[in-house]
Design a protein. Sequence first.
Length: 451
Amino acid sequence: MLFIPIASIDTIPNLRSKRFDSCKLDRNRFPFDGARAPGFLVQGVSLGCERATWTQRQAAWAGRAGGAAAHWAGWAALLVLVAAVAHAVAAVACRVPTMKIGLVGFWQSGRTTLFDALSGGHARAGVATVPLPDPRLEQLAVLENAKKVSPAALEWHDDLPDAMLDKPDTVRAMLAALRPMDALVIVLRAFDNPYAPYHAPIDPLRDLRRWLDEFVLSDLQAIENRLERLERLFQSHKESAGDRAEAQVLDELRARLNRGENLRRLEFASEMEARLRGFGFLMRKPLVAVANLAERVLGNEASLSEWQSLRSLCEAAGIPLITLCAPFERDLQQLPPEERMPFLEMMGLSEARLNGLVQAVYEQLQVQRFYTLVEGDVRAWLVRRGVTALEAAATIHTDMARGFIRAEVCHADEVIASGGWHAAHRAGKVQLVGREYALRDGDVLQIRFNV
């Protein structure tokens, strides 16, 4: 039996002779089909037909050596491919999706200036991953002599289409781009701008109402479209129990939107949440409003005539209201941290308003942080509130969840007060918990697992 590469059949002398043609090509015994096989099994050649010449036998031996090399080279390439696929799967498994925050605002509202302040000029194509301020992470890094520190971060988006009231298509385009976002920040113009002719008088209250109305109308349209498709499905009697339940929930959402009620406080079963998540309803997303003030008004917002009405609307809708001056915040971020305080004091502020915006978005997302300390790598992770130790392990890597045994847990404040993780161990602060343990914001987690 001889393995001869396809390419070598034509190169070996006299292998196309009648004597060779009488030998059989055993394709059926090779594990690959002819299109993918790197060679063929040829019977009768390696043993040599009785009338084969010495030259033909030498050629056959050469073909056997080349065929064996090609055979093992093919298997080596396959092993490399398998290893690459396994590495890619592991990389995807341990990757945590970053939460996306969309900046919403009419043209010339200062949306891009605010984005520049958030990104510090380190953005790419209108997208910036901005680390969350985390004093606990910094203290843990010092105590553990960390070589690598990875803070939790939010992904801010200013790559959305500009929305202009006199061009409805631009508004619809922005609304469509907002659906994949995890939270929305509505930037309201509260300063004089001669380049915004669509509403010469300053009226952030009117602008906020307009955006909320657009969100409601867009969600109602999405609900109507889905209910029409479900109705056709019901008429064909091919629906499932989940489809019937979805139709009932969509009817309830439509009624609430028509009554002007808030959808963000509604809770559904996990299966229904998964169905609704695909729609990306805008009125179910966390919202934060930003009044972009003129620098001369900063710290004296109550002097604005529409201020009280704006605050009342935000309180009724459950939307946090942040006031800041985007150009001032942008210029402030360009200064070294030790030089910022005199400028803040000059404006009558104790800290940058930008920090309040980031904290408000963090609170609205209903997320929490936990920390891992592994061989000089101190990392903060973002998870939804109420997750268990098993779910936190899956956030780090699916293998940890699959082989989960127990978890060592201690709150970051106790670790810092004790002087580090090992000191907290010696002080008896570390608890050993099971997979159903409900994680607290600020827990330090060490997973025991076996795969």
